[in-house]
Design a protein around this ligand. Structure first.
Ligand code: BTN
Length: 269
């Protein structure tokens, strides 16, 4: 559906602050009209001791960063661009599930506000059908042996998606493009953060198995034939399982099992 992203209102900070009042994000919202990158600011605040629950939100980024050194683009005030500071105090082996908490929150919040079927493409891209709706750029620091902080940087295409540049590759979409409807970004962001808090507290309280199970239910990769790219070589495989440290287990066409570490590999549906 061709739709325009004109007349998007800025986020309503008063409503955001009110709805997040009893949460870990209360009083910790940093809102900017324009920034280079919310992850960059969140990281510099973390280095100065920013509290867990700090959220940096921007209407626009001049140098938004995506995974694998790519840029992340969005027209001003159309999408959600924000970074959440977490201090889980968990070991490195939990980093995957900390990010999974972000992916689950995006998927649940979008599913709650729309009729879309939202899935997670390993490790933490959010898809509607075969198109990418949202992505997570996670940055972290270790204070041995634990994670000192994790910045979960989220870009969610609400009203605008970048033009398709490379047809055979996965392309981008937005909620507006998929539904033809303008959802309220303020409402979507507050719901997403509240859902994220619930998953995050469960993880901190030790329910890694429950988070992994929720993640697997949302997976659009498990049980499917996928193309795995290892050093630019494509390999057709069947995705059979995901472990709690994020390892994806696949079986090649020759019947060999391979364990893929997240971060090292890209894959195509
Ligand atoms: C991806 O490549 O899929 C991850 C994209 C993450 C983009 C978000 S937008 C808010 C935050 N700030 C950034 O510079 N990047 C993340």
């Amino acid at each position: 559906m061709q739709v325009s992203a004109t007349k998007c209102k800025p986020l309503n900070l008063t409503i955001l602050e009110q709805t997040l009042e009893d949460s870990m994000f209360s009083g910790r919202l940093i809102y900017e009209k324009s920034l280079d990158s919310t992850n960059r600011l969140a990281k510099s605040l973390c280095e100065k001791g920013a509290a867990e629950g700090t959220v940096v939100v921007a209407e626009h980024q001049s140098a938004g960063r995506g995974r694998m050194g790519r840029a992340w683009l969005a027209e001003p005030s159309t999408n959600l661009l924000f970074s959440v500071v977490l201090r889980p105090g968990l070991g490195m082996e939990r980093l995957f599930l900390v990010n999974a908490v972000g992916a689950l929150a995006i998927a649940d919040a979008v599913a709650q506000k729309t009729s879309l079927h939202v899935g997670i493409k390993w490790p933490n891209d959010i898809y509607v059908g075969r198109a990418k709706l949202a992505g997570i750029l996670s940055e972290f620091s270790m204070k041995s042996p634990r994670l000192e902080y994790v910045i979960v940087g989220i870009g969610l295409n609400v009203h605008w998606s970048p033009p398709q540049l490379d047809p055979p590759a996965d392309h981008a979409t937005s909620i507006l493009k998929e539904t033809g409807r303008h959802v309220c970004r303020t409402d979507l962001l507050s719901s997403l953060l509240l859902i994220m808090e619930r998953y995050y507290l469960r993880l901190k309280q030790g329910d890694a198995a429950g988070i992994l199970e929720a993640y697997k239910k949302r997976s659009i990769v498990l049980g499917k034939r996928i193309m795995v790219f290892l050093e630019e070589q494509g390999l057709g495989c069947m995705a059979v399982d995901i472990e709690d440290n994020g390892t994806l287990r696949v079986i090649t066409e020759k019947g060999k099992e391979i364990r893929l570490r997240w971060g090292d590999v890209s894959l195509r549906l």
